[in-house]
Design a protein around this ligand. Structure first.
Ligand code: DX5
Ligand code: ZN
Length: 214
């Protein structure tokens, strides 16, 4: 099984159709979709309308990563646009109650709910939600831009969370600076799904690029 989720952020937006086709042909079944609001992170990317169009032209599951300050307000739009997974940042949530509420909202819509953790956030922040969530997204760079250097702080965090995986049944995803070298230790630590932006889309041969990560 191909457990690489290419990040659309590094694709050629002028040629989206063939970019998507190239990774589908490489065997990828999950597309990582980075939403940035210019507030939670210092960059702006794309929103729900483009997700809707991407959904029309691909069979891949859409793994939406919300790097936005108000996920509660915007989440419905991404549900409607065809998200399969929605990750929101714990750092954007004002309380434990609101976090439970948002998870519930995502799951009741039939979408998999995931909590994302910045490199500076302890794994313990997600402990109260382990019974509810489908996935944890561990950031291995400060979110906002593709092509950054992998931060090994993610490895220990993934190893710590892996201990709960069997009992609780969630997946662990890693995001940022993943390449053929950095992926090795993350895999060993118990990660299930690997986001790769530049390592896939900056290579001409996408099949080769994906295979190099497996
Ligand atoms: C960073 C995004 C990542 C990014 C990864 O804020 O969340 O998904 O696209 O890109 P690479 O793999 O190039 O670090
Ligand atoms: Zn991402």
């Amino acid at each position: 099984m191909v457990d690489i989720a290419p990040s659309l952020l590094s694709a050629d937006f002028a040629d989206l159709k063939s970019e998507l086709k190239s990774i589908e042909e490489a065997g990828c079944t999950v597309l990582h979709y980075d939403v940035m609001d210019g507030h939670f992170v210092p960059n702006i990317s794309f929103g729900a309308d483009i997700l809707h169009d991407v959904h029309r032209i691909t069979n891949m599951e859409l793994d939406v990563h919300l790097m936005i300050s108000d996920p509660m307000f915007y989440v419905d739009r991404f549900v409607k646009a065809g998200a399969s997974y929605i990750s929101f940042h714990i750092e954007a949530m004002e309380s434990v109650e609101k976090t439970h509420e948002l998870i519930k909202k995502i799951k009741e819509a039939g979408v998999k709910a995931s909590i994302a953790l910045n490199p500076g956030t302890s794994y313990e922040a997600v402990i109260p939600f382990l019974d509810e969530i489908d996935m944890i997204l561990v950031m291995s760079v400060q979110p906002g831009f593709g092509g950054q250097k992998f931060n090994p702080v993610a490895i220990d965090k993934i190893a710590a969370l892996s201990k709960y995986k069997k009992e609780k049944g969630f997946l662990i995803e890693v995001d940022g600076g993943i390449n053929a070298t950095t992926i090795q230790d993350v895999r060993k630590a118990g990660c299930d799904l690997f986001v790769a932006g530049s390592a896939v889309f900056n290579q001409n041969d996408r099949k080769k690029a994906v295979e190099a990560l497996l």
